[in-house]
Design a protein around this ligand. Structure first.
Ligand SMILES: *Cc1c(COP(=O)(O)O)cnc(C)c1O
Length: 393
């Protein structure tokens, strides 16, 4: 639909409606399938085609259910094309495999999602791709100094999903593009609040597992781009790797999208209320949330984001130990100890001691945990957090 005519919530209700005959049913069905029939042998002989040309060739290219979600995510992020893959992690691996080859160099922020770092160090390194991990808060001159003749990918993630450093994406993209490097960004935290292609990103990655799914019951990832050229590269990589997503999960993501606007708005507000309240507690040294004026890069947040989500960090006073932080987490009853966020349920997870950093970033003045605020009543959550604060000792 004409995307800019309506507000976000209106678009979420009307995007990705079935483009094929559904006998009047408002929703797309679940299209499972491996076999795709050719109309004749001549079409078969032409080789694989995609829906944007005329025909499908095989189930791994996705089906009608996938196409609706791809259209929706491309619209949400302001891109032209999207490829849906089985997990957020696959959505990181697929474009990296598309753009890097032996002898190439990549820049990755020290704050990158851990398993994404592992793709670089445990897999790409073995294929002859070298990665330099850089301070995510680097400026344009800093990233320019790190770029090499063979730097093909400048990877970004803003904010980091454990330590919440923001990145100056437009500055990084300017520097990268001057050298012809591809700019990739993990936009899982920003969702629609950060419009990657208005800030120079070439490939935007999201774990739809998080707020899009919204119910902690699926795994799914997306690679969105803003040109046919990028799409063809990413698409080919997904097909070559067989990075297929289950249509049942895709359907659940389409369902999640319908309520994401209200969920996200509620969770963002609830998260901010709790974040501000925690800032006032004597046991808390710092709440690390890009939307708070106390965040060291809050100006970047105001410049580039229209909002945020309900995932942020809490640093306790330096007199507390990591064991004290464990006691906090375990004393709460409404906060589960879990990693995958964006669902309806609140979570608490120790951060300190679980980070891999090689560029000297990600240190805080005391033990740190990460909170995800779900859809529970805010008063109940505060009462529960008071139990955690009391258990700190
Ligand atoms: C969860 C997450 C991913 C990976 O998503 P999965 O679907 O769990 O593989 C990637 N990036 C970020 C920032 C995440 O939080």
């Amino acid at each position: 639909m004409a995307s800019n005519q309506y507000k976000f919530d209106t678009r979420l209700s009307h995007m990705a409606r079935p483009h094929i005959r559904t006998h009047g049913f408002v929703n797309m069905g679940v299209h499972r399938g491996s076999t795709v029939l050719y109309p004749d042998c001549a079409t078969r002989a032409e080789g694989p085609k995609h829906r944007y040309e005329q025909w499908m060739s095989y189930g791994t290219g996705g089906g009608p259910t996938h196409f609706e979600l791809e259209n929706a995510i491309a619209e949400i992020e302001g891109g032209t094309h999207c490829t849906i893959v089985g997990t957020g992690l696959a959505a990181i691996a697929v474009p990296l495999m598309a753009y890097l080859k032996a002898g190439d160099h990549m820049l990755m922020p020290d704050s990158v999602y851990g398993p994404g770092r592992n793709i670089a160090t445990k897999m790409l390194a073995g294929f002859g791709v070298e990665t330099t991990f850089y301070d995510p808060q680097v400026d344009e001159a800093g990233i320019t100094a790190l770029l090499r003749e063979n730097t093909r990918v400048v990877y970004t993630e803003s904010p980091g999903s454990h330590t919440f450093e923001l990145q100056d994406i437009p500055a990084i993209a300017r520097a990268a593009h001057k050298r012809g490097a591809c700019v990739m960004m993990d936009n899982t935290w920003g969702i629609h609040h950060f419009q990657p292609f208005q800030h120079g990103v070439d490939v935007s990655i999201q774990a739809l597992t998080k707020y899009v799914g919204g119910h902690s019951d699926i795994l799914l990832g997306s690679c969105t781009v803003n040109s046919r050229e990028h799409w063809e590269k990413v698409r080919e990589s997904a097909l070559l790797l067989g990075a297929y997503a289950s249509p049942d999960d895709v359907w659940l993501a389409l369902r999640g999208l319908r309520t994401m606007g209200v969920r996200l708005k509620h969770q963002e507000q609830a998260g901010l209320e709790i974040a501000r309240w925690l800032e006032q507690q004597p046991q808390v040294l710092q709440v690390v949330h890009p939307a708070l004026p106390s965040h060291p890069q809050h100006e970047l947040f105001k410049r580039d984001f229209t909002g945020g989500c309900s995932l942020f960090g809490v640093v306790f006073q330096p007199n507390y130990s990591l064991e004290d932080a464990y006691r906090f987490v375990e004393a709460t009853t409404l906060f589960g100890i879990g990693a995958s966020w964006g669902g309806y349920e609140s979570l608490a997870l120790p951060t300190t001691g679980f980070l891999t950093r090689t560029a000297g970033t990600g240190t805080f003045g005391g033990p740190m945990i990460r909170l995800h605020i779900g859809l529970e009543d805010v008063g109940d959550l505060k009462t529960d957090l008071l139990r955690g604060l009391a258990a700190l000792g």
